[in-house]
Design a protein around this ligand. Structure first.
Ligand code: IPM
Ligand code: MG
Length: 360
């Protein structure tokens, strides 16, 4: 039976980068006889323009029916001024994550040796870097109730959000993180703010409890402020990091820069059964949208994660990752990872090169 992949290009650079990933998927689908079939739908600003809402029912239905989802990026200034906060592009993305229960977000930050010069950190600090951030994606302050902007006494407005996790939510992300650490270098650092926030005191307690089932994995804890500092001071001390939704959002952007560019970072967001949505960690970059400048590699690597985690095609994923490494060896670089002595290429030329490497 064929496997359904839903493609959600989204906004800004989304359509350009997804186009290149789709070319790669079409090629390997044929070469490796994967039996994939593809459908496309609107999400985010594109969906607001087409239907009035960021997550149309048709998109949600298609997402539920698909075996896997590949998403570009959402958001842009033209939608940021809508006074109705529900009609924002980001709500489309958050709506898919929460409606599909995609709580387990894997964000690997790997420095390709060819890009050691592209990092803003000294090569000796980042060379050989290979860390995995496991971010809880459907809870925490992103979704906690109550939330809003209200007026208090004296007509003073106040904004408020709720940072809440129950023990089951913590337990299931802990298991994802411990399993990932077990399959890697068996070190897990849980990031919290347990010196201030009760919700993360519980987080730490549950991490310890789940840790008893994984005696082979060394568990440590770090406050998020220190974790941010350690990521830029000595990132290679980490193997797997696990943290809540908002801390994970912030730390994964920081980790991205260690690898030279956020344009290199893929991600997987998985439900309890391993079904997932795959997207680059970066945003929609409206400033360069439509100019054929964006780096498509994070999306191509996200497609590769999709093949590995949701479509049972690990060998094909290996081939795509080898092809990406080969084009970097050839010295091809989009603007975000370009440095003196390498060849600057466009989005589509980078896609051409990966396709050529896969065909060779
Ligand atoms: C990410 C993004 C999203 C998030 C935005 C676009 C809602 O920054 O995937 O990291 O905050 O989760
Ligand atoms: Mg983010």
């Amino acid at each position: 039976m064929s496997k359904q992949v839903l493609i959600l290009p989204g906004d800004g650079i989304g359509p350009e980068i997804v186009r290149e990933a789709k070319r790669v998927l079409d090629l390997v689908n044929q070469q490796d006889d994967l039996g994939l079939s593809f459908a496309e739908a609107h999400v985010g600003g594109a969906a607001i323009d087409a239907t009035g809402v960021p997550l149309p029912d048709a998109t949600l239905t298609a997402a539920k029916a698909a075996d896997a989802i590949l998403l570009g990026a959402v958001g842009g200034p033209q939608w940021d001024t809508n006074p109705d906060f529900q009609i924002r592009p980001e709500k489309g993305l958050l709506g898919i994550r929460s409606n599909l229960g995609l709580f387990g977000n894997l964000r690997p930050a790997i420095l390709y040796p060819q890009l050691a010069d592209a990092s803003t950190l000294k090569p000796e600090i980042v060379s050989g870097l290979d860390i995995l951030i496991v971010r809880e994606l459907t809870g925490g302050i992103y979704f906690g109730q109550p939330r809003g902007i209200r007026e208090k006494e004296g007509g003073i407005r106040e904004g408020f959000n709720t940072y809440v996790y129950d023990e089951n939510e913590i337990r299931r992300i802990a298991k994802v993180a411990f399993e990932a650490a077990r399959a890697r270098n068996k070190r897990l650092c849980s990031v919290d703010k347990a010196n201030v926030l009760e919700v993360t005191i519980l987080w730490r307690e549950i991490m310890e409890e789940v840790g008893k089932e994984y005696p082979d994995v060394e568990l440590s804890h770090m406050y998020v402020d220190n974790a941010a500092m350690q990521l830029v001071r000595a990132p290679k001390q980490f193997d797997v990091m696990v943290t809540g939704n908002m801390f994970g959002d912030i730390l994964s952007d920081a980790a991205a820069m260690l690898t030279g560019s956020i344009g290199m970072l893929p991600s997987a967001s998985l439900d309890v059964n391993g079904k997932g949505m795959y997207e680059p960690c970066h945003g929609s970059a409206p400033d360069i949208a439509g100019q054929n400048l964006a780096n498509p590699l994070a999306t191509i690597l996200s497609a590769s994660m999709m093949l590995r985690y949701s479509l049972d095609a690990g060998d094909t994923a290996d081939r795509i990752e080898a092809a990406v490494s080969k084009v970097l060896d050839q010295g091809l670089r989009t603007a975000d990872i370009w440095s003196e002595g390498t060849e600057k290429v466009s989005t589509s030329q980078m896609g051409d090169a990966v396709v050529a490497a896969l065909s060779a």
